[in-house]
Structures are given as C-alpha cells and as structure tokens.
Write a protein that binds this ligand. Structure first.
Ligand code: 13P
Length: 329
C-alpha cells in the first residue's frame, strides 16, 4: 500500500519545491517561439533536458511536473526523464488534465476536460514512474460578473472527481484552481475570488468524501490584476493571500504550493518570501512551497535561445534562481 500522505508531505522537504515543466505542446511551442526558438519534437526534448538535466537541481527540487510527451522521452543522459529524476531523489509528477474548453452555460468562462479516460491514462503514467499528478482549472475575474457561481461549482466538481480517481490509482493529486492575474481587478477582489473558489472546492471535496490529507493545493497569490496599474508590496500580497487561505483551506491538507502566474522571477521570489514569513508569524497550519513554471524558467530561456553552446550559462541562471526561491522558504 502506497502511503499517499507521506508522498504528498515529501514534496515539502525543507528548502525544496516543485518545478512545473508541464507545458502542453501548444504552450511549449508558443513559449519557445517567444524566445525566438522554433520548436519541433526534438527541440522540445532539448528544452526539457536544459532544466531536468541540470546538475544540482536535486538540492532545490522535491518534484517536477511533466507533460505526457516528456514522461515518455529520454534525457541526454539516455535515461527516461522520470527515471533520471527519481535517481536524484526528485519525485516525477504528471499533468493529467487535457486543457480547457468554454463552459456552455457561461461561454466566457473555461472548464477543464480530461475525466473520461482518466483511469486508463493514470495506470499508464504510474507504470512510467509518476507518483503525483496535477489538474488545472482556470478562473477568470471580470469585475463583479466573473467568475459565476455555476462555473466555480462545475470546476470544483471536476477537480473532486479527478482527485478521487487519482487517489484510487495510488497517486497524489495536486488540485490547481488558478485565479488568473490578468485583468484590472484589485488585490482585494482577487483575494475574495480565491477565497470563494477554494471555499466551493473544499465543500465539494467534502461532499464527495475526498481524503484531504493526501491532496496538495496549488493556488495563485492574491495580486492586483496586471492591468490595474497597481503594484502590490510583498507584505500586502502575503497578508491577503494568507487571509484567503486561512478562511477556506482545511488544516489537514498535506500542503499548499504557489504558481507564479506571470509575475517576474523577482516578484514571485519576494512575494513567496513574504508569504512564508507571515505564515510562520500567524502559525499557518500547512507546509508551503513553490510550484513555478515561468518564474523558474524565464531567465534561463532568455540565455539559451535553443543553442547548445548556451546550455551551461542558461543552467547557471536556472540554478541561481532556484537558490533564491529556495531561500524564500
Ligand atoms: P506558472 O508558474 O508559470 O504560473 O505555471 C505554473 C503552472 O503549473 C500553471 O499551470
């Protein structure tokens, strides 16, 4: 019997967090294009190897979330990526949702797909070495209009069904209802939406008898929207983020990880430092860490540009950012 609580808790090893390297083919292609890299399958593999093959990442990473394509590929060390990660003590995870589609009852909002064939895919991912999974729901704020209660509830139901399937398959589920940072909303509005979203999620999880001790919550920070013209201080972000979490997340949850959501690497690092500092002060009951994609990768990608000769310098930038984010814990 796999101890899911112990696996979930081990993602919160001191000074360590998670690299989200689970961009879909579509997102990875667009991301690389924004750095001038034209990406086919082999270039995407090299992109993954840049990060996953970097010597020394095990000092800072407890886990890596992979995309299904990467789970099946080998690194430049000729080992399958999940095997190579596990040999360095890093838990391999896998994104299992299949992206979003418009919600028919409120077409400006998105719901997440991927439940239909989930049990079959989970068995295959587990065979390949994955020990945890991620499902992302997207929450858009638009004034007082969005999100609607209906969409919030539909995404919560799907997250709960996902979590149940994953636990039954013997894997740890990360539940990620991402409240987007895009928009003109105030930080207070973001805080309220995070709190409502999580309140609905945890009441549905309870109704469906999902074991919350072996789930990990992945959340956004409470930030003023990127079009609000307001720049929050890390202390403001920490206060509102923790207030939203304390209001709505049960204490038995294995831990909470943060996404970077389009913040700059420095912003995501400074805000995390303020959050962990305040969490100790208010005695928040859960372990906290990072689960960043963009904030960990951005600096390295701007150096790499798809060129072999830039790999050492790009990896150095990645390790230096990991050290800073780890120091924020
Ligand atoms: P960002 O840190 O770039 O927001 O990505 C985290 C993630 O996993 C989004 O699903």
């Amino acid at each position: 019997m796999i101890d899911l609580v112990a696996t979930a808790r081990s993602l919160f090893a001191p000074g360590k967090g998670i690299l989200a390297a689970d961009e879909s083919v579509h997102t990875a292609t667009a991301r690389l294009a924004s750095y001038g890299v034209e990406a086919g399958e082999e270039m995407r593999r090299q992109y993954r190897d840049l990060f996953l093959g970097a010597p020394g990442i095990e000092q800072y990473l407890s886990g890596v979330i992979l995309f299904s394509e990467t789970l099946l590929e080998k690194g430049n060390d000729t080992k399958p990526f999940p095997v190579s990660l596990a040999s360095r003590g890093i838990l391999p995870g896998i994104k299992v949702d299949l992206g979003t589609e418009p919600f028919p009852a409120s077409p400006q909002e998105l719901i997440t797909q991927g439940l239909l064939d989930l049990p079959v895919r989970l068995a295959e991912y587990k065979k390949r070495g994955a020990v945890f999974t991620k499902w992302r729901a997207v929450v858009r704020i638009d004034g007082d209009q969005l999100p609607t209660a209906l969409a919030t509830h539909e995404n919560a139901k799907r997250l709960a069904s996902y979590a149940k399937e994953v636990q039954m398959a013997g894997l740890v589920p990360i539940l990620e209802p991402e409240v987007l940072y895009k928009g003109a909303q105030s930080r207070q509005r973001a805080r309220a939406v995070i709190s409502q979203t999580l309140g609905t999620l945890f009441s549905v999880l309870k109704e469906q008898a999902v074991d919350s001790a072996s789930i990990v919550l992945k959340t956004s920070m409470a930030l003023s929207g990127d079009a609000s013209g307001k720049k929050d201080t890390p202390e403001e972000v920490a206060e509102d983020t923790l207030a939203a979490l304390v209001e709505s997340v049960p204490r038995q949850v294995a831990g909470i990880v943060f996404l970077s959501g389009g913040q700059t690497p420095d912003q995501a690092t400074e805000n995390l430092a303020a959050i962990t500092k305040r969490a100790a002060l208010v005695r928040a009951p859960w372990p906290l860490t990072f689960s960043y994609a963009r904030a960990l990768q951005e600096e390295a990608l701007s150096i790499w540009k798809g060129k072999e000769e830039n790999v050492p310098a790009a990896r150095e930038a990645f390790l230096s950012r990991l050290a800073k984010v780890s120091a924020a814990l």
